[in-house]
Design a protein around this ligand. Structure first.
Ligand SMILES: [Mn+2]
Length: 296
């Protein structure tokens, strides 16, 4: 596979500096080498420019709106170009707000009827600007991609106003959901393999059922490191307990990437600031290695 690494050194969506250093850490820890050793080619490796000092309260319901949308527009272009070249864009965050840009970029090549999004995350990131209590945009990317929420996070992004259909969105590992988010999930009929279900049935059975429900030729996989149990991994802004083990994360990633349908991926929310011993970095590099091993 021809892979383009696209770094997104941004923290505006989580309002918590740290995640902007992740891409640099991955590069220095040998990201390119991992991909080459798995037989992939690297056709691009660069970071998206991030504006300095954007206005935090331009819109108080969406903090750092202008900075975040500026980054997402650049990212959209980069992902769209990678797709046009037949390459696999691997988007390395940065915080999870960047998915507005990555999914919008994919939308230039893949219409919503043909795209499935799999969200590996403790959270559902589907608040709107009205339901969010934190006003952090990293909790809103999916409402934006589904065409819910504020026009300011949707207008001008992608080829279609709606980039993902609710029947083509799947969650796994979920365990921290706001009441307003539950209401959206119910109303939209979105299938969520919650941690409760994963604990009961096992990661293998849940991931396999999820893949059996995918009806489209292409998958965008969005992996938030807070998917992992906080006891095993806490190098992120909002670590959440009772999540999957590191072994379960490897298993889940290997099955999804092994499906052969994943055409783009986000890897987000690693924060070196919360990783004094660099043990979290090693977990990230091992997970990325599993991705490269099974990507086809
Ligand atoms: Mn997330």
């Amino acid at each position: 596979m021809k892979i383009q690494f696209i770094g997104v050194p941004m923290w505006y969506g989580c309002d918590n500096p740290g995640t902007e250093q992740a891409y640099d850490c991955f590069c220095k820890a040998g990201l390119a080498r991992l991909a080459l050793d798995c037989g992939h080619q690297i056709t691009g490796n660069r970071a998206i420019p991030v504006p300095e000092d954007p206005d935090k309260y331009l819109d108080p319901t969406m903090e750092y709106l202008s900075g975040t949308t500026a980054v997402c527009r650049n990212l959209e272009q980069a992902v769209s170009s990678a797709y046009a070249a037949g390459d696999f864009p691997l988007i390395l965050g940065g915080d999870h707000a960047l998915s507005i840009g990555s999914i919008s970029g994919v939308n230039h090549a893949i219409p919503k009827e043909e795209l499935t999004v799999i969200w590996m995350d403790a959270h559902t990131d589907i608040n709107t600007h009205e339901s969010s209590e934190s006003h952090h945009i990293h909790g809103m990317p999916l409402s934006a991609c589904l065409g819910l929420g504020s026009r300011k996070l949707m207008d001008g992004f992608g080829r279609e106003a709606i980039k993902v259909l609710p029947e083509n969105l799947f969650y796994i590992g979920t365990r921290s959901v706001d009441p307003a988010e539950w209401a959206i999930l119910q109303k939209q009929g979105i299938r969520c393999f919650s941690m409760e279900e994963v604990r009961e049935r096992g990661i293998n059975a849940c991931t396999q059922e999820l893949l059996s429900l995918v009806k489209t030729p292409c998958i965008h996989l969005s992996f938030d490191v807070d998917f992992l149990d906080s006891g095993a991994f806490c190098a992120t802004g909002l670590p959440i307990p009772d999540g999957p083990s590191v072994a379960d994360a490897h298993q889940c990633l290997s099955l999804i990437l092994g499906s052969g349908k994943v055409r783009s991926m986000d890897f987000v929310e690693y924060s070196p600031k919360n990783d004094d011993e660099q043990s979290g970095l090693q977990v990230c590099m091992d997970l990325l290695k599993t991705c490269f091993t099974h990507l086809r």
